[in-house]
Design a protein around this ligand. Structure first.
Ligand code: 5GP
Ligand code: MN
Length: 336
C-alpha cells in the first residue's frame, strides 16, 4: 500500500491517468469521476474517464462529459488507455466484478491503483485506499481527498464543484438519507461557493424526463405495485414486454423502487426487471433492515444496508417467488 505522501509525490508530475467507475454509472459514479477528472486536468495530467457502460441523458451534461469513453462502445481505445496508464482511479466501487470486462484489464495493469469508495467489503486489488462507508457519496470522499488529503481546496473550481455536488445530491437522495450529516451540508455549501449552481443541477437531473418515462412510472405505480402488508414489503415487477412498450432506456427505471418504499409502514421495497439476459433486482429498506444481506445471500449481489441490488438467471416470476419465499425468514426484522 502507498501512503498519501507517496501518492501525492506521484501526482506532482504529469501522469497518464484512467478514472473508472461501476457499470451503469449513476450520478455519484459519474459525478465523483468527473469531479476528480476536472481536478486532475488542472495539474497537467493526461486523464480520461472510462465508464464500463453507457448512462442516461439526465447525467450526460456534467463538465467533461464529452471526454468520457464508454468501454462497450470504444473498447479498443479504452483498453489501450488502461494498459498504458500510470495510475488508475477506481471510484464508487470496490470489487473488480463491478466494471465487467474492464475488471481483468485493471487487475492485470501495472498501474498504481487508487480506490476511492464508500461500499462495504472492498476487494484487495488496490495500492492506495481512501475508503469510508460512512460517507454519503463517493463524491464526498473525492472532495475531502482533494481538499484535505492532497490539500488543494483552491483547485475545487466550478467544474469540479458541479460534478461533486451532483454526486452528493444523487447518492443522498437529495440530502434526505441519514448519512447526510452536517459535515456533508458544509461540504455542499463549499461546493456552492465554488460555483456549483444548485438549483440548475437539480433541474438537469430531476426535471429532465421524457414523456414516456413518466408514463412508464405511472404504469408501474398504477398497475404493477404489489403490497405485502404482512411483511411490510412492497414490490414492483416489470416484464421485458413492458420495457419495450414504454420505450424504456438506460436510467428510466432509476428511483422507481423508492416510490414503493414511500408507503407508510413499508420497510422493504423491491423492483424486479426482466432484462434480455437476466432478471435484475433493486432493493431498498428503512432503518436497520439489511437489504444487502438478501442480495448477497440469494441474488448474486450486495450493496449498502438500505440500498442493494443483485440479479438472477431464473425467470421473472420464479425470481419474484423466490424473493417472497425468503420473506418469512426476515419477518421479525420486517414487522418490528
Ligand atoms: P441499484 O439498485 O441502484 O442497482 O443498486 C443499489 C446499490 O446496490 C448500488 O449502489 C450498489 O452498491 C449495489 N448493487 C447493485 N447491484 C449490485 C450487484 O450486482 N452486486 C453488488 N455487489 N452490489 C450491487
Ligand atoms: Mn455511490
Amino acid at each position: 500500500m502507498l501512503d498519501t505522501a507517496a501518492l501525492n509525490q506521484l501526482l506532482n508530475q504529469p501522469q497518464k491517468i484512467v478514472i473508472t467507475t461501476h457499470h451503469k454509472p449513476d450520478g455519484d459514479a459519474l459525478g465523483s469521476s468527473l469531479g476528480l477528472y476536472n481536478y486532475l486536468i488542472q495539474q497537467g495530467h493526461h486523464a480520461k474517464v472510462i465508464a464500463p457502460t453507457d448512462y442516461p441523458e439526465f447525467l450526460a451534461w456534467m463538465p467533461g462529459n464529452e471526454e468520457v469513453l464508454i468501454y462497450t462502445e470504444q473498447t479498443e481505445q479504452a483498453a489501450s488507455l488502461v494498459a498504458g496508464a500510470d495510475i488508475i482511479f477506481c471510484l464508487d466501487f470496490n470489487n473488480l466484478s463491478r466494471i465487467n470486462q474492464m475488471g481483468e484489464l485493471v487487475r492485470q495493469s501495472s498501474a498504481v491503483k487508487v480506490m476511492i469508495d464508500h461500499h462495504l467489503e472492498p476487494e484487495d486489488f488496490d495500492d492506495y485506499r481512501y475508503w469510508n462507508i460512512n460517507a454519503c457519496a463517493t463524491a464526498q470522499l473525492v472532495y475531502t481527498f482533494i481538499a484535505t488529503e492532497l490539500n488543494r481546496p483552491d483547485l475545487i473550481n466550478a467544474d469540479v464543484a458541479t460534478c461533486l455536488y451532483t454526486g452528493i445530491m444523487t447518492d443522498s437522495a437529495s440530502f434526505r438519507l441519514p448519512n447526510t450529516t452536517s459535515a456533508v451540508h458544509r461540504i455542499v455549501a463549499d461546493l456552492i461557493d465554488a460555483g456549483a449552481v444548485n438549483w440548475r443541477i437539480h433541474e438537469l437531473v430531476y426535471n429532465n424526463s421524457s414523456e414516456m418515462r413518466l408514463r412508464f412510472l405511472g404504469h408501474c405505480l398504477a398497475n404493477k405495485l404489489e403490497v405485502l402488508p404482512e411483511y411490510n414489503t412492497a414490490i414492483i415487477t416489470v416484464t421485458h414486454e413492458e420495457l419495450k412498450k414504454y420505450e424504456v432506456i438506460t436510467g428510466d427505471t432509476e428511483g422507481i423502487v423508492n416510490y414503493a418504499l414511500s408507503i407508510t409502514g413499508i420497510r422493504l421495497a423491491g423492483f424486479f426487471v426482466e432484462r434480455p439476459d437476466r432478471v435484475k433486482l433493486s432493493l431498498r429498506s428503512k432503518g436497520e433492515f439489511p437489504a444487502n444481506d438478501i442480495c448477497k445471500r440469494y441474488f448474486n449481489g450486495g450493496g449498502h444496508r438500505n440500498a442493494a441490488g443483485g440479479h438472477s438467471d431464473a425467470g421473472l416470476q420464479e425470481t419474484v417467488q423466490k424473493f417472497k419465499d425468503i420473506l418469512p425468514e426476515y419477518k421479525t426484522l420486517l414487522i418490528q
